[in-house]
Design a protein around this ligand. Structure first.
Ligand code: NDP
Length: 483
């Protein structure tokens, strides 16, 4: 493995040049495994965002805007190859920066490569249509880029979210301005270096790290932005949408959830068990599609609780490089949020907890994974997104009751159904309020090919898969009257 910090993290990428932020200021990047300062990153602000938007605009007027789709595809495919070549370096960066166990960080890097490969191959396969119309007309549609796209990426899965949003936007010929999270931006910077190496023209991708309230707000308010992709909290998402509305700009919002798994009496529990636990605790529960609610039919409720409790005993928590089941949370701030939720559960029964290893530094942001049982569906722990390794078990009697509970939160991102009954599988796949429904699995391995996005407070618009290419482009109708 080469030196993971093979670049200067205190710079922004604007118009193909790595430059210090206009303010000359930096922000400390904290290693959540031990609280130490990892690096100093650029504190980008409105001047840097403005320069980045101008650079993106210039790229569209230059080589990037004229490049044939297959050439864009070649660059993305090359980029995927470079990501794979540096998988271990990228995984080491992400593990240290986000606090992810190395295995998870490596999987994220491989997923980033897959996005580049998938979209690289798709670049020259997005086509318009010819439309039968009145005699004397020929009518067809063109798929064109929005122009300059803004990408605001959170700290939980930087590589995967950059892959799915920036990857798709570049594929359609947009020029991107990326604002990574101030708490985890190293792999965004590494990705931009690799994109340059892959031959991406200057200005097609610009990266401005900084604070959300400064660089992020400047990006969403900038009149030169033509589309915004945001992943993060509901509160910030609605600010982003309001800013975009002032410029009448489309937004894609992915705002997390309270995703349920429904376990029926006839479920194959051996198959379900690993998913029931892992879908809630992967990445220390800091996953937008985390399954934080486990709804179980009464006939198997005790067995599921007992078996999940046993699995929790194996959930060890410790420093990311040790590659245990869970690392720390991203920050002390996130730890405080999760501890606040645990305090709200003081009136509930804890079925099981995981273990923080003895030698975990006291300065790290560690919390014990916690499984609550017999939780009323209207309890805050059963309704609100916690974004930590906390799951609730909720019993139900009938299918009708299960659907009612599952659909009773403001969110609707992901749901899964564990049952052998085929008719029930089909019924519930339609009735559950979620952007993705899984039958006898959870997450389907996270496939880059599968459109992803929410309903209700989980957001709107779809990323991933071919669908994202429609979202990152706009349709033009051409009607020629030739007689
Ligand atoms: P935020 O939604 O505030 O942050 C997400 C991204 O938005 C970051 O890049 C952030 O930058 C940026 N941002 C913050 N404020 C603004 C703004 N005014 N304008 C534009 N961009 C902005 O989430 P937090 O990190 O504060 O986490 C709080 C909670 O949000 C978590 O507990 C969790 O519930 C939820 N969350 C959900 C995620 C998901 O995947 N759905 C991801 C992350 C959080 P910066 O970090 O630099 O401030």
């Amino acid at each position: 493995m080469s030196d993971p910090l093979w670049f200067d993290p205190a710079l922004c990428l604007i118009g193909g040049q790595w430059t210090p932020p206009a303010s000359g200021e930096t922000l400390p990047l904290i290693n959540p495994s031990d609280g130490s300062t990892l690096a100093q990153i650029a504190r980008g602000g409105s001047a840097d965002i403005d320069a980045a938007v101008r650079a993106a605009d210039a790229a569209l007027a230059d080589d990037w805007g004229r490049m044939p789709a297959f050439e864009r595809g070649r660059i993305l495919t090359r980029l995927g190859r470079l990501v794979l070549d540096r998988v271990d370096d990228l995984a080491a960066l992400e593990a240290t920066d986000v606090g992810k166990p190395l295995t998870q960080a490596r999987a994220d890097a491989v997923a980033l490569a897959r996005y580049c490969e998938f979209y690289g191959g798709a670049a020259d396969k997005v086509m318009g249509e010819t439309i039968p119309y009145l005699d004397g007309y020929t009518v067809y549609t063109l798929r064109e880029p929005h122009g300059v796209t803004g990408h605001i990426v959170p700290w939980n899965y930087p590589m995967q979210i950059i892959g799915r949003s920036v990857g798709a936007a570049l594929t359609m010929g947009n020029a991107c301005v990326l604002k990574p999270a101030e708490e985890a931006c190293l792999t965004a910077l590494a990705f931009a270096h690799l994109a340059q190496e892959a031959g991406l023209p200057a200005g097609a991708l610009n990266v401005v790290p900084g604070l959300g309230a400064e660089a992020g707000a400047a990006l969403t308010a900038h009149p030169g932005i033509h589309h915004i992709s945001f992943t993060g909290s509901v509160a910030t998402g609605s600010l982003v949408q309001a800013a975009a509305a002032r410029n009448v700009v489309p937004v894609t919002l992915e705002l997390g959830g309270k995703s349920p798994q429904l376990v029926f009496d006839d479920a194959d529990l051996d198959a379900a068990l690993p998913f029931l636990v892992n879908a809630g605790c992967q990445n220390a529960g800091q996953t937008c599609s985390a399954s934080s609610r486990i709804l179980v039919q009464r006939g198997v409720y005790d067995e599921v609780r007992t078996r999940m409790a046993a699995a929790y005993a194996d959930l060890t928590v410790g420093p990311a490089p040790e590659d245990l089941r869970l690392g720390p949370l991203i920050s002390d701030r996130q730890k405080t949020i999760v501890e606040g939720f645990l305090a709200k559960g003081a009136d509930l029964t804890i079925a099981a907890q995981g273990v923080i290893v003895d030698h975990a530094p006291a300065t790290g942001a560690y919390v014990r994974p916690t499984l609550f049982t017999d939780v009323p569906p209207d309890h805050p722990l059963a309704r609100d997104e916690i974004f930590g390794p906390v799951q609730v078990l909720i019993p139900f009697d009938t299918e009708e009751e299960a659907v009612e509970i599952a659909n009773s939160t403001d969110y609707g991102l992901v749901a899964s159904i564990w049952t052998a009954n085929g008719a029930r599988q089909m019924r519930l796949a339609k009735r559950l309020r979620a952007g993705q429904v899984f039958i006898n699995n959870y997450g389907a391995g996270g496939g880059v090919e599968l459109p992803f996005g929410g309903i209700g407070k989980s957001g709107h618009g779809r990323e991933k898969g071919f669908e994202a290419l429609y979202g990152f482009s706009q349709l033009k109708t051409v009607a020629a009257l030739h007689g």
